[in-house]
Design a protein around this ligand. Sequence first.
Ligand SMILES: *Cc1c(COP(=O)(O)O)cnc(C)c1O
Length: 418
Amino acid sequence: MLSWDQSSSIALMQRERAWVEIDLTALAHNIRQIRGLLSPHTDLMAVVKADAYGHGAVTVAQTVLQAGATWLGVATIPEGIELREAGIESPILVMGATHTAEQICAIAHWGLQPTLCTPKQALVFSEAIGKSSQRQPLPVHIKLDTGMSRLGTPWQKAVEFVQLVQRLPGLTIASIYSHLATADDPDPTIMRQQQHRYEQAIQACGFSPILNPAIHRPFPRFHLANSAATLTDASLHYDMVRTGLVIYGLYPSGHLADRVDLKPVMQVKARVSQVKTLQPGTGVSYGYKFVAERETQIAVVGIGYADGVPRNLSNQLTVLVRGQRVPQIGAITMDQIMLDVSTIPALQEGEVVTLLGQDGNQQILADDWAQTLGTISWEILCGFKHRLPRVAVGKPYGIRQSLSGARHVFHAQQSDLE
Ligand SMILES: *Cc1c(COP(=O)(O)O)cnc(C)c1O
């Protein structure tokens, strides 16, 4: 009879088939690296939208706040509420648009800080706050469109918009910000044009965007940089940078790779579920997109496109097994993939393979998948589904090892993983 020991590690259970490992040591290291680029007067906002780019928002937020980030950025109100429910008290900027009375109510209740993009939205906010029991003015963040053509008031209309919000009761302008469209392009022309428009708009509003460390400026504050701009130069940092990708340990572009030493935070691993030998001429997986030319040893591995391994990588994926690169063969299926492991002697069922991450001296990055697929690493990181448990490993200084609050994140002892 099988015995079930309740006290057996939950984390171990979560590593039975396939999982995402989140290296908190690497995450804290990346934060310290980025902090090292910034003046002491510049805040570091960790962008943790989309469940921290697939890494698990609560655990990431707790770690980065202890490592030197002071703000969190999310895209939606529920993302902000998840952090508050986990007990996180740092300022949280909601970067997406919010409009309805219910949303404004939630923002005020949970102490989130909204982005205001249009005069109409500002009026709705002011009216809703006026009707509520809210005593303090609500801190709001003015978004200017300086060339991204996404959210925000056109930079030429900044003065009217800022003056309107300044006049409206119940609101106080915490920051004026914009977002860059081409910061990862080695050609800086468009980025510098956006920067110029941003500074012009701020000056037209009667503010100076250039930080004078001798003067403690209260509000509003100014921020423009994403990861790529943060790595580019300090003239783009202003009062705060909003970094996503770099905190997860990836470079936004090859030409920025020498600025800081980043360590990838995410690893994707799965176990071998069966090993078998195919005779020459045997087809593999749906549609027989691979046919063995010679006798071939294959491993079936329990991870598939329903876990976020893109099916378009079929026959193009490389996986690490015992520190060696081996090819994935045939169509990627919903729950499983097959590997050609003819070069690996006596592979055992239950052995761990690495789809993304490091094994021995071999490493596979989200950038490698992105390049094959013609996309960007951001999309790869966000693509892993919640069927894959997030298992936190590593011990950044002072970080509690706990299960509380973290959705789908399990903390493993490093020793469990050997
Ligand atoms: C997502 C996002 C960021 C972070 O971008 P990265 O390139 O991942 O650093 C910053 N600002 C805004 C407004 C965003 O939407």
